[in-house]
Structures are given as C-alpha cells and as structure tokens.
Design a protein around this ligand. Structure first.
Ligand code: 5GP
Length: 189
C-alpha cells in the first residue's frame, strides 16, 4: 500500500486475537439460543466473516445497508435504508455487527429501527469505537478496540471505496486524506 499509508493502528494478528476473544464471549452468552448476526454493509463484511467463523455456536447471517446523510464532516443521524433484512427478526435473538462507531448516530438509528421489529433480544458488537467522537450514548455490549478520533481505513473500512481489503486497520497519509470526511461522506453502502 506504500506511501498512502501513514501508520498501522491495529495489526492483523491483534485484530484476529480480539475477534477470537469476542467470539468466545459471544458463544458463551448465546449458547443454546438461536442467534442471528446482522452485518452492516459494506464496512462490517470483514469483521462479520471472521467473527462468524470464530464462533462455536450455529448462527444465521443477514445484512443491511444504510446511508447516513451528514453536513460536512458530521453524521446527522438521518439514515436511509439501502438494503433491508430478508429475515423477520420478530422474537429472534439479534446481534448487530458493526465496523466502527463514530458519532454513534447511525448506530442509534439502526437500534431503534431493529427494536421496532420486536426481536427477543438485540445487542451490538462493534470492532472499533471512537469514544471522543460520541454525540449520543449508545450501549455497545461487545467492543473490540477504543481508538483515537482519527479517520481509519482497512479491514472493511474505506476511503473513497479503497483500502477495504487491507488486513489491518491504519490511518492514511495526509496527502491522500486531504479534505477529510467531507470527501468520504458518511455513505455506508
Ligand atoms: P457515525 O458517526 O454515525 O457513528 O458513523 C457513520 C459511519 O461513518 C460509520 O459507520 C462508518 O461507515 C463511517 N466512519 C466513521 N468513522 C470512520 C473512519 O474513521 N473511517 C472510515 N473509513 N469510515 C468511518
């Protein structure tokens, strides 16, 4: 990836070790229950795939895609559904799998949207969370890493649709990053 990359924030082996420990906890917590994993496209593809394979309980998987509208660098919390679940989650145990919680506004919208469908339970697993960026307090039961308020890429996370395939989480060199979140937008799909 060469000169585009500023630094590696979380190496691949640390990501995998954390996912293994989250998966162990989730397998224990949901033992004997019929769990549905809901991944949020596209960012959560990597964490969903690795988490699901690290679980030792049977699960079903489904996907949503949403788009968050923001003014400038800020997510507004106004969200549009691009792709909805195929699964009826009424009375289901649902674990929402997210790549990153930044302001928390998108997640808050997703939670209220899913909760209105009356699942038996609803919890969140987020690989990354930026505590300093939080604009709303959202409970996340399973958190991988709390990270600084920096724009990160890799392991599912993009900048202008690139870098999702990096096996680690890193930050971009300033010459690539340039205008910041405005250019990236908050488009989740
Ligand atoms: P929110 O501010 O609503 O919590 O996050 C909105 C969305 O913006 C996230 O789900 C994610 O798709 C994107 N986002 C937030 N922070 C970052 C980041 O550091 N890197 C990348 N690539 N996307 C981010």
């Amino acid at each position: 990836m060469g000169a585009d990359l500023e630094k590696v924030l979380i190496p691949a082996d640390e990501l995998q070790a954390k996912i293994a420990s989250l998966a162990a906890q989730i397998s224990t917590d949901y033992s004997g229950r019929n769990l549905l994993l809901v991944g949020v496209l596209k960012g959560a593809v990597m964490v969903m795939a690795d988490l699901a394979r690290a679980l030792d309980i049977p699960v079903e998987m489904d996907w949503m895609a949403v788009s968050s509208y923001g003014s400038g660098t800020k997510s507004s919390g106004v969200v549009r559904t691009i792709l909805d679940l195929k699964t009826d989650i009424t009375d289901r145990h649902v674990l929402l799998v997210e790549d990153i919680v930044d302001s928390g506004l998108t997640l808050a919208w997703l939670i209220s949207n899913l909760r209105s469908r009356n699942p038996a339970s609803l919890e969140v697993c987020a690989l990354l969370r930026k505590p300093e960026a939080a604009r709303i307090d959202v409970y996340v039961k399973y958190v991988g890493f709390n990270i600084p308020n920096e724009f990160v890429i890799g392991y599912g996370l993009d900048y202008a649709e690139k870098y999702r395939n990096l096996p680690f989480v890193g930050t971009l060199a300033p010459h690539v990053y340039g205008g910041g979140r405005e250019q990236h937008g908050n488009n989740r799909d």
